[in-house]
Design a protein around this ligand. Sequence first.
Ligand code: ZN
Ligand code: ZN
Length: 144
Amino acid sequence: MASQTAIEHAALLRRHGLNVTAKRLAVLRAVSDLSHGSADDIATLVRGEIGALSLQAVYDALAAFTHKGILRRIQPAGSPARYENRVGDNHHHLVCRACDRLVDVDCAVGDAPCLEAADPSGYDIDEAEIIYWGRCPDCAAAIS
Ligand SMILES: [Zn+2]
Ligand SMILES: [Zn+2]
């Protein structure tokens, strides 16, 4: 019997005009289980569930989901892209410079883009993507 999550994910795929496949369902599940996993992390988890799957196939699925707005892709400088299914709320991220741990942080102030550009140069701005860099509590404790 399909789990509740699988049923919801299948409906989500159909709503976005994507065929429902075991591979896509497994990738979506892995993204929501991992929260901010990299493609490698996601591939490892998916392989544990449905067997062999190329990294390229995982990238293809992630690209299709991101393109449809089902997933959000976060790309911290100097680190692999991460994927999450918390979309549409313009939240931001904290990244640890030492261990790459990445966590959510809500909008700085109010609604998107929640950050006024000093000079928008005529652009119609709808999003500000912020990454706060520093050390996570564990790494900060290890240093001090
Ligand atoms: Zn850390
Ligand atoms: Zn996030």
